[in-house]
Write a protein that binds this ligand. Structure first.
Ligand SMILES: [Zn+2]
Length: 243
C-alpha cells in the first residue's frame, strides 16, 4: 500500500472520536475520496492539534486500503494550501461555496478522476473568497459539472422532434429531458420552463452576468437534480441574494 500524493478540497467533514476526523474530499487525480485522519486533533510535543475545515484546499498523502476502493483511505499528511477564509466574510458567498461542494459530492463518483473539475472548483472558491459575484460564478461551475458528468443539455434542437433551435430565439427548456423543447412539443413535456433568447445564448456561450445567472441557476440546479436524483438542500439559500 504505497502512499499516494494529491491535492484535495474538503467537501464534507465530520468529527470522529475525540481525536480524528472523517473527510469527504474531491482530489485532483483520484476523484472523490473519503479519508480518515486519525489522531489529527491530538496535540503532541512536535505538532499542534489540527482541524481541517470545510472547503479548505490542501496537499494530501494517503494510503488506500487494498480490499476495496470504496473504503475510507487513511490520511497521513495534510498541508494546507488555501483555507479560503474570504468565503466566510459574507453569508451569501458562504452558502454559494457550500452549494458548490454539495453538488460536487452528488455528481462525482469515488475514485473517478476529473482534474478539470478540481481546477474549476479551486478557481471558483478562490474567486468567491476574493469577492467575485457569487451567482454568475456558481452558474458557470454548474456548467462545468454537467460537462464533466457527460450530461450537458442539448441546446441545438428540440429533444422531442429534432427541430433545430438556432441561437437568438427563446425556447422551452426541460431539465428532465436534458435540453430544449420547441413550441409544438412544449405542451406534452412536464416541468419545462420558458427561457428568453438572451439567457439561452448566455448558456450556449457560458458568459453569465447577474441577470442571466439568476434566470439560469434554478434550471441548471433542476438539471443536476434530475441527473443525480438528489435535490440540493442549499440551492434555495443561493437564490436568496438579500442575505
Ligand atoms: Zn419539438
Amino acid at each position: 500500500m504505497p502512499p499516494v500524493k494529491d491535492q484535495a478540497i474538503v467537501l464534507r467533514h465530520l468529527d470522529y472520536s475525540e481525536t480524528s476526523q472523517v473527510l469527504a474530499c474531491l482530489t485532483r487525480e483520484h476523484g472523490s475520496r473519503r479519508f480518515i485522519a486519525k489522531g489529527i486533533k491530538r496535540a503532541t510535543k512536535n505538532k499542534a492539534a489540527t482541524i481541517i475545515d470545510l472547503l479548505e484546499q490542501g496537499e494530501v498523502v494517503f494510503l488506500v486500503r487494498p480490499q476495496s476502493e470504496s473504503e475510507l483511505s487513511i490520511l497521513t499528511e495534510w498541508r494546507q494550501v488555501d483555507a479560503h477564509l474570504g468565503l466566510r466574510s459574507n453569508l451569501h458567498t458562504w452558502y454559494a461555496a457550500q452549494y458548490a461542494a454539495e453538488i460536487t459530492s452528488t455528481m462525482t463518483e469515488e475514485a473517478d478522476p476529473h482534474p478539470e473539475l478540481f481546477d474549476a472548483l479551486a478557481a471558483l472558491l478562490q474567486n468567491l473568497a476574493s469577492g467575485a459575484a457569487a451567482l454568475p460564478a456558481v452558474v458557470d461551475y454548474q456548467c462545468t459539472l454537467l460537462l464533466a458528468a457527460g450530461v450537458w443539455p442539448d441546446l441545438t434542437r428540440c429533444v422531442v422532434c429534432d427541430r433545430p433551435a438556432p441561437p437568438g430565439r427563446a425556447a422551452f427548456y426541460a431539465p428532465i429531458q436534458g435540453g430544449l423543447v420547441c413550441r409544438n412539443c412544449e405542451p406534452t413535456v412536464p416541468g419545462r420552463h420558458y427561457v428568453r433568447a438572451a439567457n439561452l445564448d448566455a448558456l450556449r456561450s457560458r458568459q453569465f452576468d447577474s441577470a442571466s445567472a439568476a434566470a439560469l441557476f434554478e434550471l441548471l440546479d433542476e438539471t443536476l437534480t434530475a441527473v443525480s436524483g438528489r435535490p440540493s438542500s442549499l440551492a434555495k439559500w443561493v437564490m436568496r441574494k438579500e442575505l
